[in-house]
Design a protein around this ligand. Structure first.
Ligand code: FMN
Length: 365
């Protein structure tokens, strides 16, 4: 029996079991999604409740493998956003670049949400704390398109429809994606997508050959509604367009069908169906700049969402050091570090990921 036939058989068994489980767990999952991806009932709140809501909005940000590697320390007029070292990813992210980029994504959501709550949020990296201090000042309340987009944003890992984005919308994306010490490069030509694809395939091939990378990734995949609901973190199969299965079957099938060739083929069709690629490049290879790159990518993602565009990170070209160097040469950015890579385009919505409750990420002082 070939591996694929065995995989097919297991998918059939898994599918039948999943059908029974789905009926029980689907409604629980949907309830959790509805409770997670929502706007606050009110933006006119006393300071302590407003701060809690700002943290909730922050947790809705993109973050590497959905580990949610953040903690928040609240004080009178500021919120300190700190890395949670228990949730780092040593194989894919040995220097914590993605941890700080994820903190930056969370901070950007906080900045956008603060305005709606009548606050101005001013973030700055604090090297003594190794975190980002967000100072809060009173300001006239303002509800922006980017704020409205926060609960609608998602990483959409599927094939898009190939349509291109009108120039006036590209200009809005460009305005959103640049920051202090971080520049965004935008690629919309077919030839450029093919060139970037070669770095994506090189990075993905290296990662699929790396046992530590694959084991780490697998440990964060949640195959069933039950495991996604109990941890409220990680990569839910269904959010990547894969079937929901009992976890033991999911892990078995993954070993059979998750191959370098299959993944490379997926990335080819995903990138070729996209309207373009954004690459975020910081001036200095330091945590403060990694966080700023995260902020820019999150702002870009919110602006894309506000324009009804989908997006997904394709970071393989920047995660494998040897490929990252070649990619930097292709980009013509000298010795600067390309931080993050994102594709965008028009496509369907996929089922959503979950987040841990706010109480789990607020530090008691
Ligand atoms: C720094 C960083 C790196 C990421 N890298 C990838 C990636 O290479 N591939 C991918 O599909 N998603 C990547 N993501 C997206 C996360 O997996 C995603 O944000 C997380 O699973 C939560 O899902 P959501 O964005 O739909 O809320 C990355 C996110 C961040 C912030």
């Amino acid at each position: 029996m070939t591996a694929l036939a065995a995989g097919g058989g297991l998918i059939a068994i898994g599918g039948a079991t999943a059908f029974v489980m789905n009926a029980r767990d689907l409604s629980g999952y949907q309830e959790a999604v509805n409770a997670t991806w929502r706007h606050s009932d009110s933006t006119d709140l006393p300071p302590s409740s407003a701060q809690r809501e700002l943290v909730r909005y922050a947790t809705l940000a993109a973050n590497s493998h959905n580990t949610q590697p953040w903690q928040f320390r609240l004080s009178d007029r500021s919120i300190l956003v700190l890395p949670d070292s228990r949730r780092r990813l040593p194989a894919v992210d040995p220097d914590d670049h993605h941890v700080f980029a994820s903190l930056g994504c969370a901070v950007e959501n906080m900045v956008q949400a603060a305005r709606a709550f009548g606050l101005r949020a001013v973030p700055r990296y604090d090297p003594d704390e190794r975190g980002i201090r967000v100072d809060l000042e009173a300001a006239p309340p303002e509800r922006t398109d980017l704020f409205d987009a926060i609960p609608h944003r998602q990483s959409t890992r599927t094939v898009y429809d190939g349509r291109s984005v009108p120039p006036e919308h590209l200009r809005l994306l460009e305005a959103a994606g640049n920051g202090q010490g971080v520049r965004m490069l935008l690629f919309t030509e077919r030839k450029q997508r093919e060139e970037i694809l070669s770095y994506l395939v090189a990075g993905n091939s290296a990662q699929m050959d790396d046992v530590a990378f694959v084991e780490e990734l697998k440990s964060w995949i949640r195959f069933s509604y039950g495991s996604a609901l109990s941890t409220r973190d990680g990569l839910f199969s269904k959010s990547s367009g894969n079937p929901v299965l009992p976890d033991w079957i999911g892990r078995l099938i993954l070993n059979l069908v998750f191959t370098k060739e299959a993944e490379n083929r997926n990335y080819e069709s995903q990138l070729r169906s996209s309207a373009g690629v954004a690459v975020f490049v910081s001036d200095k290879n330091e945590p403060a700049y990694w966080a700023e790159a995260g902020r820019c990518s999150q702002r870009f993602a919110l602006q894309a969402t506000a324009l009804q565009l989908r997006h997904a990170f394709i970071n393989q070209p920047v995660e494998v050091p040897a490929v990252r160097g070649q990619f930097a040469t292709y980009l013509g950015i000298g010795d600067r570090r390309p931080d993050l890579v994102m594709r965008f385009g028009y496509g369907p919505e996929l089922p959503r990921s979950l987040r841990r409750p706010v109480e789990h990420v607020i530090l008691r002082t």
